[in-house]
Design a protein around this ligand. Structure first.
Ligand SMILES: *[C@@H]1O[C@H](CO)[C@@H](O)[C@H](O)[C@H]1NC(C)=O
Ligand SMILES: *[C@@H]1O[C@H](CO)[C@@H](O)[C@H](O)[C@H]1NC(C)=O
Length: 359
């Protein structure tokens, strides 16, 4: 491990770390012709959010969902230790403040204790309610009229009566994880993964949401399960070219056993999905296209489960194509021998090193 860390520190740092201000389009989109880059590169912070010394004895903070709303970052994440998972909420007004943010553990809300993990937060405009979607051995959700009242998250309800048959047929000995909801004008779609190389999608009419999810279909499949592993995110890209209206990210496990992200685009949430940057030597986000801010050690080789910071908070999951920031989980690789649930995951931010090309 020592040797590989030393190698990692030798990665070229051609891109000098930039300060923490948000970047914007060099020329703002005029007619839906922002073009996403086909090669990506990023600058990472050090770890910003980790377990507190508060008696909970957590090993890791994981799987963040993040929005910037009314001048405040709101982060939901999984809490992990060997005994199992639950959820935590925190807020702060700048990333410099993130390490000091107070934790509100969501097992104190009606959402309750027990297995809950991998949250996704959004505002469902038709109901004027916040939704938190997460896994609890099924695909679950809670709602809340007020994002600032973390004690208000309701008891879990599920999207399906039980694990759908098509997932039972393909999951093998693995896990049904990482539920994700995104809506267009007519439909709400629910994505999930089986850690066995399948990405699934269900749909329901937006008027019926959250009821009426269809039997899932397989969106994409890979016989090498590590290449299509988990943690999918699907976004609508504001001002994008028609064929890049939607961006799909899926986490993979690399040939170096470290986590990384692949990307695809489509004109429709239903797909088909066209590869954008999806190989190890041309990744969406991987250790080989991430440098660290000046003065920050190369503390992680995994760029694992995360979310793009959203400033549009509704069910369309719209992102700005310029100045993308991705809150992810990373880990000191010298701990990788520990049991999976005891791994010391920490949250950090990568910022895209790219000026937009919009016309
Ligand atoms: C921030 O979180 C605390 C709980 O830790 C909550 O009481 C407060 O309302 C939140 N603030 C905002 C602005 O959402
Ligand atoms: C609008 O988009 C088209 C391509 O879709 C491009 O050819 C045209 O130059 C664009 N117009 C402006 C004003 O950017």
């Amino acid at each position: 491990m020592k040797a590989s860390i030393a190698l990692f520190a030798l990665l070229p740092s051609a891109i000098t770390a930039r300060s923490l201000h948000r970047r914007s389009c060099t020329s703002p989109p005029k007619n839906n012709t922002c073009v996403l880059p086909s090669t990506w590169s990023w600058t990472s912070t050090g770890p910003l959010i980790g377990p507190k010394d508060d008696g909970r004895n957590l090993a890791g903070i994981k799987d963040p969902s993040v929005i910037f709303y009314d001048g405040v970052y709101h982060v939901f994440a999984s809490t992990a230790k060997e005994e199992g998972y639950n959820l935590v909420y925190m807020n702060f007004t700048s990333w410099e403040e993130a390490p000091n943010a107070e934790f509100f553990y969501l097992d104190q809300a009606p959402l309750g204790p027990g297995y809950r993990a991998a949250p996704q937060v959004f505002w469902f405009e038709p109901h004027k309610l916040w939704y938190l979607v997460y896994q609890n051995d099924n695909a679950a959700y809670s709602t809340n009229p007020d994002i600032s009242n973390p004690a208000g998250w309701t008891a879990p309800k599920t999207f399906y009566p039980e694990m759908p048959q098509i997932i039972k047929d393909h999951i093998g000995p693995y896990y049904w994880v990482d539920m994700w909801v995104i809506c267009d004008e007519k439909l709400c779609h629910l994505f999930s993964s089986d850690d066995n190389g399948q990405l699934y999608r269900s749909e329901t009419n937006i008027e019926d949401f959250p009821e009426g999810m269809s039997e899932p279909v397989i969106v994409m499949s890979d016989p090498d399960r590590w290449r299509l592993f988990e943690a999918s995110c699907i976004y609508r890209v504001k001002g994008a070219r028609e064929d890049q209206k939607y961006l799909l990210l899926v986490e993979a496990i690399g040939t170096d056993e470290q986590r990384w992200f692949r990307s695809w685009t489509s004109s429709k949430i239903e797909g088909p999905w066209t590869p954008l940057a999806h190989e190890e030597d041309n990744a969406w986000a991987r250790s080989n296209n991430v440098v660290f801010e000046e003065g920050v050690d190369a503390w992680t080789k995994s760029i694992s489960h995360g979310e793009i910071v959203r400033t549009h908070v509704d069910q369309t999951l719209t992102i700005e194509p310029c100045g993308i920031e991705f809150l992810y989980q990373g880990m000191d690789p010298s701990f990788s021998h520990l049991p999976y649930n005891a791994l010391p995951w920490r949250l950090a931010l990568i910022r895209h090193n790219w000026e937009c090309t919009c016309s």
